[in-house]
Design a protein around this ligand. Structure first.
Ligand SMILES: C[S@@+](CC[C@H](N)C(=O)[O-])C[C@H]1O[C@@H](n2cnc3c(N)ncnc32)[C@H](O)[C@@H]1O
Length: 418
């Protein structure tokens, strides 16, 4: 079995977070951008689509949905609000492409407009873009290792038109960067790999990152001593990559780290490249919801382990009790997160208000969230604002305006404090 086959055999913890984002953000994109597009049409291009569904876990009849089936769910959901999502799936592996066609044939609604393009994204991007036309386009790039060559990504996606609504979600594989980077520093040695093989691998990543600039960034980060781990060096490469994309295309970026376990280095960065100022605010809410799914995934895995132990060696209290304890713990822990994050954001609001009398939420939200970015979401910001308003330091929010991001937090005049 190849590593790629293992990948689809079982949805890994990292995929829970990725799919948590993919089941939320494309809906937001389609809803917002489809409000002004012709016929509410929006295109979702899944450039590295995979087989559509994962293999079932032990004891399950059906595997978890892969990114294409999440896109189908998105399309069905937003159809209720007169948005028509056209899905374009590109998959290089003929077996996966066949499987994908079968899964979609079985599970996609007859009304869904979708296309499966078999072959590499490099070869099929032109057709995919022709299908997108001038509609808003959200592209997911979720390869195993490196994605499209940089020039093709820049010209095909980021420069498809200044007036066209375009966003790109890149799942950047940090682990590949640090493994391949290890070839430069000698940390990664594969006796099977020839010098020519090594240099071809390095050139593949050069093409994706847009030149060999990353080699110096990686080496310097490794040699800097302090945090000097390969994972940290890969993150620095990713940060520099995002800066380069912005310089070359004007697209800003918002990265969300994807880890296997909470105390692990990020293995991936799910990066949203965007132009619209509302995008990062909405993406943060999606990431926050996905992080909650991810915590729940670990709780369920730990509970399943506990119940399996109980089956072998029943204790006095039994399985029902173990489930109740786990449920109560989860509620308590989530409650503690809510409180901690709200307190951090409230403290940030107070600090920012000492510097400036007006804080527009949409443009300053990342300052307001601070270290809770990607974890906290709008409900925490709302609660924090209410807390600061109750203290008499800020004007209360406008409860008639549903979109908090459109409001500004205004310092209350001292003579008006309660
Ligand atoms: C990480 S998997 C995608 C997983 C999928 N997005 C999901 O979440 O269910 C990457 C997929 O890209 C496919 N692939 C690899 N190189 C490709 C290329 N150049 N163009 C299109 N697909 C490619 C692989 O066969 C594999 O199915």
């Amino acid at each position: 079995m190849t590593a790629h086959e293992v990948f689809f055999q079982r949805r890994q913890a990292a995929a829970v977070l990725k799919h948590g984002i993919l089941s939320r953000y494309p809906r937001v994109f389609a809803t917002l951008t489809g409000s002004t597009s012709v016929g509410g049409r929006v295109v979702y291009l899944d450039g590295y689509a995979g087989p559509g569904r994962y293999e079932p876990d032990q004891g399950q009849d059906i595997g978890a949905p892969g990114s294409p089936l999440l896109a189908v769910e998105t399309a069905a959901k937003v159809a209720q609000w007169a948005r028509e999502v056209c899905c374009v799936f590109v998959e290089k592996d003929p077996t996966y492409a066949d499987n994908l066609r079968r899964v979609l044939g079985d599970e996609a609604p007859a009304t869904l407009n979708y296309h499966v393009l078999e072959g590499s994204l490099e070869d099929r991007l032109g057709e995919a873009l022709a299908l997108a036309g001038e509609s808003p386009l959200l592209t997911l790039l979720d390869p195993f290792g490196t994605a499209l060559p940089y020039g093709q990504m820049l010209n095909g996606l980021f420069r498809r038109g200044d007036d066209l609504k375009t966003e790109v979600l890149l799942n950047l594989n940090l682990e590949s960067v640090w493994r391949i980077g290890g070839l430069l520093t000698g940390a990664e040695t594969d006796p099977e790999q020839t010098t020519a093989g090594r240099s071809a691998t390095l050139q593949r990543i050069d093409r994706f990152l847009g030149g060999d600039w990353w080699r110096a960034t990686f080496r310097e980060a490794r040699e800097s001593g302090d945090a000097g781990s390969a994972a940290e060096a890969a993150q620095q490469v990713a940060t520099e990559f995002c800066k380069r994309v912005e310089a070359d295309s004007g697209f800003k970026s918002f990265p969300v780290p994807i880890r296997r376990r909470p105390d692990h280095h990020p293995l991936f960065l799910m990066i949203l490249f965007y132009r619209h100022p509302a995008a990062p605010y909405m993406f943060n809410d999606s990431a926050s919801g996905a992080n909650k799914d991810w915590r729940e995934h670990f709780r369920q895995a730990d509970l399943a382990e506990e119940l399996a132990k109980q089956e072998l060696q029943p204790d006095l209290f039994g399985a029902e009790f173990a489930i109740e304890v786990s449920d109560n713990d989860a509620r308590r822990i989530e409650g503690e997160f809510d409180e901690t994050w709200t307190a951090i954001i409230a403290s940030n609001i107070r600090d920012r208000l000492t510097e400036s009398p007006i804080i527009p939420v949409e443009t300053r939200f990342s300052d307001l969230y601070g270290p809770t970015l990607g974890l906290a979401r709008e409900k925490h910001l709302r609660a924090a604002w209410d807390r600061v308003a109750d203290d008499g330091l800020a004007e209360p929010r406008n409860r008639q305006e549903k979109r908090l991001r459109r409001q500004s937090i205004v310092r209350r005049q001292q003579d008006r404090a309660p």
